[in-house]
Design a protein around this ligand. Structure first.
Ligand SMILES: NC(=O)c1ccc[n+]([C@@H]2O[C@H](COP(=O)([O-])OP(=O)(O)OC[C@H]3O[C@@H](n4cnc5c(N)ncnc54)[C@H](OP(=O)(O)O)[C@@H]3O)[C@@H](O)[C@H]2O)c1
Length: 510
């Protein structure tokens, strides 16, 4: 295949499109990846990322020369008219379209009964009429739909949904992408409509249990009322009648078990992934982002910062590192990797807890260069500011501790480890005498870490939010010069500064 044989991926940053881009790049196929916002795309550098909005087909025109195949996603079910325009435009340039349709399309009906089936079938028909070779992917529910529970899971909250005991099939987006890539690059798929599922039926309650098992967070399920379900569908863009029809269809289907198809294996040669496989890949979305500082099994903590140019790339870098961990080999001895985002919009803080120094040394020896390469490939220009190994020395944890919305990292250097530890002892004694348990509103902890090499000290301090920390800076420290004097009177203490962060995501393995 040469540059004239590029594949255009529409919806390239979405659940499925992102995986299609990755698979095509891995196979050496030239890829043009369409997104409205290239700056936030986080796609492999080998893909040509182009700007456009498929809801405005004219914006695609400059990117169609040399494209021979297109992967099409159309998430706007309320606007199939524009989809038809887009199909006609694509058909002038490409000889095949692989369309991400839906299992809601029913071949036994002349008129589709509900919105999702109707919208996708309309687009399928437009593609059929356009004269290009086509393949339709008709997946059942995506495993990614569980991401709607992620926020509740991260907060350790109740997960709310409907029909919690009803077993359904779902499919890993990577499997949909694998089928798409075969259809885009191989012969033998023209005119096929593949009904795609995962390998198992699981009820929402069972899935929530698995999320708890993989992330260590205890979760509960709460059933939504019919009215709440209706409101949810309206918020997703359904109108009143379509939402009612959708609910009725869903209820009517309860008596008939959903199918498990073998299409993923038949097309790709590999079995479809399980929900647990998917969860291991996306676990960072569900994991409580607040690390348990002081966990007794954490003998060593590695802290490092990265600097990026803007908040979009800051977040992209954070996502990239967690995804690289999730997809790679989890090193023995790594308990948890937590990522926090600097409130400056540029800094990423890594706080990783390890069992001991031997595990860290073994990891450094064995860490495959591909892990770092992959992060740099998707987010070029990360400035790495060095890694320091710490041991937690002493903590002050106030009773009734709150959930930290802001972490302040206060760092400084000392001439020797004794000076550092002595300063921390002095500070904590003063705090205990002058600022009794719970007296600093909005602050829940100070965790002093001393560098294994002896001269760096970090206080990882947890606050309710940024305002609570600012109040401490303005009020307590401003009103009293005890701490500044303590600093002045500690010879060899240098480089004192602080930076604020917000917990973002974490990853752990049981
Ligand atoms: N979820 C399910 O259970 C399920 C099941 C069967 C079928 N499907 C179908 O799968 C499709 C969705 O696939 P997906 O989950 O991979 O997509 P997605 O994650 O929703 O991403 C769609 C991508 O389209 C791009 N886009 C461009 N213009 C857009 C616009 N005006 N509005 C929204 N997005 C726009 C966005 O990229 P940029 O922001 O980078 O431009 C976005 O990343 C839908 O057609 C859905 O009906 C879903």
């Amino acid at each position: 295949m040469n540059e004239q044989d590029a594949v255009l991926v529409i919806g390239a940053t979405g659940n499925v499109g992102r995986q299609v881009v990755r698979e095509l790049v891995a196979a050496g196929t030239p890829v043009r990846a369409l997104t409205r916002n290239p700056g936030a795309a986080r796609l492999p550098s080998a893909a040509q990322v182009v700007q456009g909005d498929h809801a405005d087909p004219d914006t695609l025109r400059p990117h169609l020369a040399g494209v021979r195949a297109a992967f099409l996603v159309w998430p706007r079910l309320d606007d199939t008219g524009t989809a038809r325009e887009l199909v006609d435009l694509l058909a002038e340039h490409v000889d095949r379209i692989v369309f991400l349709s839906s299992a809601a399309v029913r071949d036994d009906l002349d008129e589709q009964e509900e919105l999702i089936g109707r919208a996708h079938r309309e687009i399928e028909l437009a593609i059929e009429r356009s004269g290009v070779r086509w393949t339709f992917l008709r997946p059942w529910a995506f495993a990614a739909n569980a991401l709607e529970w992620a926020e509740a899971a991260r907060a350790g909250d109740v997960v709310r949904g409907v029909l919690g005991d009803h077993p359904v099939t779902m499919i890993d987006e990577r499997d949909i992408a694998a089928v798409a890539v075969r259809a885009l690059t191989e012969e033998g798929h023209a005119g096929a409509a593949y009904e795609l599922t995962g390998p198992e039926l699981l009820s929402p309650v069972q899935r929530v249990r698995l999320i708890g098992e993989e992330t260590g967070v205890e979760l509960r399920w709460a059933e939504l009322s019919d009215e709440q379900w209706q409101q949810r569908l309206l918020a997703m863009g359904f109108d009143d009648d379509d939402a009612k029809a959708f609910r009725e269809n869903f209820r009517a289907s309860l008596g008939t078990p959903q199918p498990i198809t073998d299409a993923v294996r038949e097309v790709t040669g590999k079995p479809a992934r399980t929900f647990r496989d998917w969860l291991r890949w996306r676990a960072a979305e569900f994991t409580d982002p607040v690390p348990e500082v002081g966990a007794p099994e954490a003998g060593v903590v590695l802290m490092s910062t990265w600097t990026l140019d803007d908040p979009q790339r800051q977040r992209a870098a954070a996502d990239a590192v967690l995804e690289a961990w999730a997809e790679g080999t989890w090193p023995p001895g790594l308990l948890r990797h937590s990522v926090l985002l600097g409130t400056d919009g540029e800094t990423v803080l890594h706080y990783s807890q390890w069992t001991d120094e031997a595990a860290v040394a073994a990891f450094r020896e064995a860490d495959p260069p591909e892990r770092v390469k992959r992060i740099d490939d998707e987010v070029p220009g990360i400035r790495r500011n060095g890694v320091t190994d710490y041991r937690l020395y002493r903590s002050r944890v106030d009773s009734g501790s709150l959930r930290p919305g802001c972490v302040v990292v206060v760092s400084f250097r000392t001439d020797t480890a004794e000076t550092g530890r002595g300063f921390v002892d002095q500070l904590l004694s003063w705090q205990a005498a002058e600022l009794p348990d719970g007296s600093i509103g909005g602050m829940s902890s100070n965790h002093f870490h001393v560098g294994v090499e002896g001269t760096s000290v970090v206080n990882y301090a947890e606050f309710a939010d940024e305002a609570a920390h600012q109040a401490v800076v303005d009020g307590m420290l401003g009103a009293d010069d005890t701490v500044p004097r303590m600093i002045e009177n500690t010879p060899g203490l240098t480089g004192l500064g602080f930076q604020r962060f917000v917990p973002y995501r974490g990853l752990t393995r049981s």
